[in-house]
Design a protein around this ligand. Structure first.
Ligand SMILES: [Cu+2]
Length: 115
């Protein structure tokens, strides 16, 4: 009975001690922003660090919807005109990963350069 009130505190301390190493291993995600305007991406070749999760923010300044897509990155997400979306990709090895707007692939393509 004496120890019962202390247990929740001990559990919380233990949980905190356990959570810390995992948080450190995970690392903060890197963030990359690409803007679509005139059905072109800028920058067309954004860079990101290898070995970290990457949040790709896609800003669509056009008045028409786009579909941010990459087979290499395994993402596909619609971003309506004037809106912004974000997609998260898992840590990547160094390389060039092609992406495009599936609705305007002729002009809207780029490469995520991971290094
Ligand atoms: Cu598609």
């Amino acid at each position: 009975m004496v120890f019962a009130p202390r247990f929740p505190i001990a559990a919380a301390v233990l949980a905190g001690a356990l959570a810390t190493p995992f948080a450190a291993v995970g690392d903060e995600p890197a963030k990359v922003t690409v803007t679509l305007e005139g059905h072109r991406f800028s920058p067309a070749e954004p860079t990101a660090p290898a070995g970290k999760p990457i949040v790709i923010e896609v800003v669509n300044k056009d008045g028409t919807p786009a579909e941010f897509e990459s087979k290499a990155l395994r993402v596909e997400k619609v971003v309506t005109g004037g809106k912004t979306i974000a997609v998260t990709v898992h840590p990547l090895k160094a390389g060039r990963y092609r992406f495009f707007d599936d609705y305007n692939e002729a002009t809207a393509e780029g490469f995520l350069v991971v290094q």
